[in-house]
Design a protein around this ligand. Structure first.
Ligand code: 5GP
Ligand code: ZN
Length: 115
């Protein structure tokens, strides 16, 4: 059994406010939202980060992107949103189970990262 936090959410051992679930992916609200719309899309099968992803993960990774727009719109991000995948130390990844952040809402987000 994995000790991974997001695997525990997949197994229902930790509660989460679910947005979507299918055979490949789960989406749920971020516990500490940084915008009016902020949810995470994860593969149900554990993979730590984009560094560990390979061809076998393509169905889940594809599904994560394929549902993002519809779910964002359903959650109220009707005029754009940002997708963020933090990877590793430099990317400041905190939870080592791949996830896409979907961040949006009515307000315009800050511009791209700058030096
Ligand atoms: P990272 O920095 O790894 O890209 O983002 C991890 C995200 O997971 C953070 O935005 C954090 O708020 C969220 N998070 C951490 N623990 C939990 C939890 O137990 N439940 C939910 N729903 N989100 C969590
Ligand atoms: Zn996991």
């Amino acid at each position: 059994m994995s000790d991974c936090l997001f695997c525990k959410i997949v197994r229902g051992e930790i509660p989460a406010k679910k947005v979507h679930e299918d055979e490949h992916v789960l989406a749920f609200h971020d516990i500490n939202p940084i915008a009016p719309v902020h949810f995470l899309i994860i593969p149900k099968a554990h993979v730590a980060s984009l560094y560990e992803c390979e061809a076998g993960h393509e169905p889940a990774l594809g599904r994560m992107l394929a549902v993002a727009g519809r779910l964002a719109r359903e959650q109220g991000a009707t005029d754009g949103f940002r997708t963020i995948i933090n990877t590793g130390r430099v990317g400041r990844q905190e939870v080592y189970h791949v996830h896409i952040h979907i961040v949006g809402g009515p307000d315009v987000l800050p511009g791209m990262l700058k030096r």
